[in-house]
Design a protein around this ligand. Structure first.
Ligand SMILES: N[C@@H](CCC(=O)N[C@@H](CS)C(=O)NCC(=O)O)C(=O)O
Length: 332
């Protein structure tokens, strides 16, 4: 990496991503090259490093799928976080000595973004798949990153890697993932960043109507596409894992928790039993909030996050197995 310069100040969503009516429109993914000879990103063992954050559901998808597929040797990993500075510099390698990633040699993720495209003025985001040799972002397209791992990294997957994106279901999975994005995964962010009651209410209603549909879908089947876990289950899980833990407490007056939905709650715990899900889900980090000032009126999680036994709750038994033709096997 080049010599040290002033860190880049993180741009604000409110300046760049909220429209006149208070609706939040997420910035576009900037680095979207596919993994094929013709589009420039060619997978190779050890070439890439996945940067993700414990609180972030978009990047949590990628960390779960990486482990489910046994890609740990092929794709190394690092987790970013935030340190307190006078200004917000965005994601930082807070878990490393001197806050510098030992492989990439940088302190802030934004340095890699600037190195990839000096004209980029958006937020530096996770997930980012970094090409280690050039210290550039190869891809930050969280819509498709797990699908690339599933289909383009096959030769690097473990021998017994599950089929999370079976060819005969790809179109259906893609359609369902698009539905999940608009109506579940991103609906919580639309509520979080809404700057008008109208925009907030639309997002919350959309989210709960979708949960009702999902509750019905899971009445008679174990996972979203039947007996086996697919890419869509990973996407739903990461939002569910954050809901009661964080969104429910902090997104405003919300009517229901995930625990109130019998089928969805059993389903979420069934997934949580799988080591790749459990190992990549850090409930206390999802819930943790720092006290921002000395005011007594802090939000719920700021006051109480330490006191919950999330792992115990999520490990309570469920009986979703009985819905499956292959109760002992969750994977194709
Ligand atoms: N890659 C997408 C979305 C991913 C995303 O929003 N990630 C969040 C965390 S969940 C992030 O990294 N935010 C960094 C920041 O806002 O500073 C983007 O460019 O907007």
């Amino acid at each position: 990496m080049t010599e040290k310069t002033e860190p880049i100040v993180r741009p604000s969503e409110l300046d760049q991503e909220v429209d006149d009516k208070g609706y939040f429109h997420r910035q576009a993914n900037r680095f979207t090259k596919k993994f094929s000879d013709s589009d420039g990103n060619v997978p190779a063992a050890g070439k890439y490093r996945l940067i993700w954050a414990k609180g972030c559901q978009w990047s949590n998808r990628a960390s779960i799928v990486r482990e489910l597929l046994g890609l740990e040797d092929a794709i190394s990993v690092n987790i970013v976080g935030r340190n307190k500075h006078e200004q917000d510099y965005g994601w930082e390698f807070v878990n490393n000595t001197n806050n510098v990633d030992p492989i990439l040699g940088v302190q802030y993720l934004s340095e890699i973004y600037a190195n990839t495209d000096a004209t980029y003025h958006g937020r530096a985001t996770v997930p980012s798949l970094v090409d280690i040799s050039s210290n550039t972002v190869a891809n930050n397209d969280y819509h498709w990153l797990t699908n690339y791992f599933e289909k383009d990294f096959k030769e690097f997957q473990s021998e017994d890697a599950p089929e999370l994106y079976p060819e005969n279901l790809r179109d259906e999975i893609d359609d369902y993932n698009a539905f999940l994005f608009d109506n579940v995964n991103n609906a919580v962010y639309r509520a979080q960043f809404a700057q008008s009651i109208e925009a907030y209410t639309e997002a919350v209603n959309t989210f709960y109507e979708s949960l009702d549909g999902i509750e019905k879908r899971l009445e008679n089947q174990r996972f979203l596409f039947g007996d086996y876990v697919t890419d869509s289950d990973v996407r739903l899980f990461v939002t569910l894992a954050r809901f009661d833990t964080h969104y429910y407490h902090n997104l405003g007056p919300l009517p229901h928790r995930i625990i109130d939905y019998k089928n969805i709650w059993g389903y979420a715990r069934d997934l949580y039993e799988i080591p790749a899900f459990k190992n990549n889900t850090y409930f206390h980090d999802i819930a943790r909030r720092e006290k921002l000032n000395d005011n007594n009126f802090q939000d719920f999680d700021t006051r109480f996050w330490k006191e919950f036994d999330f792992e115990g709750l999520w490990s309570e038994p469920q009986n979703k197995k009985s819905l499956s033709q292959t109760p002992a096997n969750k994977f194709l």
